[in-house]
Ligand binder design. Structure first.
Ligand SMILES: *[C@@H]1O[C@H](CO)[C@@H](O)[C@H](O)[C@H]1NC(C)=O
Ligand SMILES: *[C@@H]1O[C@H](CO)[C@@H](O)[C@H](O)[C@H]1NC(C)=O
Ligand SMILES: *[C@@H]1O[C@H](CO)[C@@H](O)[C@H](O)[C@H]1NC(C)=O
Ligand SMILES: *[C@@H]1O[C@H](CO)[C@@H](O)[C@H](O)[C@H]1NC(C)=O
Length: 461
């Protein structure tokens, strides 16, 4: 979180035409741009639950039999100017609606909680200055604190926690000792609170009693609650026993507007798991260590820029047993992150192929993005294609607006970020984080049943 940098930049939308001068470049006309807001949020990859431990727990538990055949739940996913995408969920009896960042890079679901919720450094554009709306357990008849002996306390803290439930050892059955507070460190910011059992309600679809949720009473740099969609047992997909979930992220040009797309939760019940035609697939890899068990690892084999295969060393592409390296898909990261050695290769290749344009050094210094070009004098622009090639042959050819953005009048920058540290970052972790900016206008699915990631380009708005 030390590296957390929130630059609030005005950017223009790049309009792309289909005219291509060569198969590996995209040519864009410099037509009248329209305004869009853009937040640069650098999220480091090593943020995760502090207290991780290995444990086994079946995914689907406490699922009440549905009134109707619950198979698909669609809920609006809204682009937000803090750099993420937001969903609303209803917890409690009667239900209280709270907003959450949809985050595939973490697992606990938590909301800002109680009237005494404190949030430090939480001034985000278009987030109410009068205080972030909070969930009030007092007003819910279904709110229960998680007890120290509750298996879900061990699920979060590991089996060692049982040794700390001393009160329970003496009073045996009627133990009032509760599960200790959780503290979660994210790449940017953190949160702390108490674990609750609550009812999660999808109106007219499904009611899930006894859902494990965090009641956060203190946070740093959190615009909303977080709905963890990661791979650990406490995540929303795990607790609901989802077979699949999918989304299609609309452009950040629609940030803080009512324009949304659907987040689709698929339990596979009723008529079975839905199928989408025309997808490219790549398998999810096993997490290299339990410390990174939240993450959806995919194997990125090649980065192709124009005609050039960037020669990324193997150790960055394949996660090692030490947990370093590899690529994850993270909806909670804005711009794709690449560890410095990888990023340098990518940035240098763009610099080489775009050497005839004027570098905007001042903007580079100001934004931390690189390369940036002043294209105000140009009549047209040729930018090399950027293609991510995954295991199994799946190719993600990014639309130009997913990797170059106009960040100042007449200046475009590559929207990929890095830390400026040589070698693996502190604490290691994934070398490449595929952020939401690069996922926009792709239909993306997390097929949990078949352990694979699927995608196809489409317009999401
Ligand atoms: C546990 O508490 C309940 C209600 O508070 C009480 O009725 C019961 O006798 C207690 N049982 C034990 C073993 O203390
Ligand atoms: C729900 O599914 C079951 C079997 O999967 C079927 O027998 C039943 O008719 C379905 N009910 C509705 C309301 O569709
Ligand atoms: C950008 O930063 C570099 C290194 O800090 C410095 O040498 C250079 O003068 C700066 N350029 C501008 C235009 O601010
Ligand atoms: C870009 O170049 C134009 C001249 O072609 C200049 O007027 C303008 O100030 C430059 N913009 C930046 C941000 O450097």
């Amino acid at each position: 979180m030390a590296s957390s940098l929130l630059l609030f930049l005005l950017s223009f939308l790049i309009l792309i035409t289909s005219s291509k001068s060569t198969p590996t470049t995209i040519t864009i006309p410099l037509s009248a741009p329209s305004f869009t807001k853009l937040i640069v949020s650098s999220k480091k990859p090593w943020g995760s639950l502090n207290h991780l431990a290995s444990l086994s727990l079946s995914r689907a538990h406490h699922i009440k039999s549905p009134k109707t055949n619950f198979s698909l739940i669609k809920t609006p996913l809204l682009p937000r100017s803090y750099g993420g995408y937001s969903i609303s969920l209803n917890f409690g009896t009667p239900p209280q609606t709270t907003k959450f960042v949809m985050d595939t890079g973490s697992s606990l679901v938590w909301f800002p909680c109680t009237s005494r919720y404190l949030c430090s450094e939480c001034n985000f554009p278009n987030i109410k200055k009068t205080g972030i709306p909070t969930f009030l357990p007092k007003l819910s008849s279904s709110s229960k604190r998680i007890g120290c002996k509750n298996p879900r306390c061990s699920m979060i803290f590991g089996p060692e926690i049982q040794s700390q439930c001393q009160e329970c050892d003496s009073t045996a059955q009627n133990c009032t000792q509760t599960c200790p507070p959780y503290v979660i460190q994210y790449g940017s910011g953190s949160t702390a609170g108490l674990l609750l059992s609550e009812t999660l309600d999808f109106p007219n679809k499904k009611t899930i009693p006894d859902f494990l949720v965090g009641c956060s009473i203190f946070s740093i740099k959190q615009p909303e609650g977080i709905a963890g969609f990661g791979r650990s047992p406490e995540s929303l997909p795990s607790q609901l026993g989802l077979k699949k979930f999918s989304y299609c992220l609309v452009s950040h040009a629609f940030d803080d507007t009512p324009t949304s797309s659907d987040l689709v939760l698929d339990t596979g019940s009723g008529s079975g798991v839905t199928k989408t035609a025309g997808l490219s697939h790549t398998p999810f890899l096993k997490s290299p260590t339990t410390a990174f068990r939240d993450y959806y690892y995919v194997l990125l084999r090649n980065i192709v820029i124009g005609d050039t295969h960037v020669k990324v060393p193997y150790k960055f592409l394949v996660p090692g047993t030490d947990g370093n390296g590899g690529t994850i898909v993270d909806s909670g990261t804005t711009f794709t992150f690449m560890e410095n050695p990888v990023y340098e290769l990518v940035a240098k290749e763009f610099e080489k192929q775009m050497a005839h344009y004027t570098v905007a050094t001042e903007i580079q210094n100001l934004t931390g993005l690189r390369p940036c070009y002043n294209i105000s004098g140009e009549k047209s622009l040729s930018v090399p294609d950027l293609i991510f090639q995954f295991k199994g042959g799946a190719k993600m050819a990014l639309p130009l607006s997913n990797y170059f953005s106009l960040v100042d009048s007449g200046v475009i920058c590559l929207t990929i970020v890095s830390d400026n540290v040589a070698g693996p970052g502190i604490g290691g972790g994934p070398a490449i984080i595929l952020g939401n900016y690069q996922q926009r206008n792709f239909y993306v699915e997390f097929d949990l049943e078949n352990e694979k990631f699927g995608f196809k380009q489409q317009s999401c708005a």
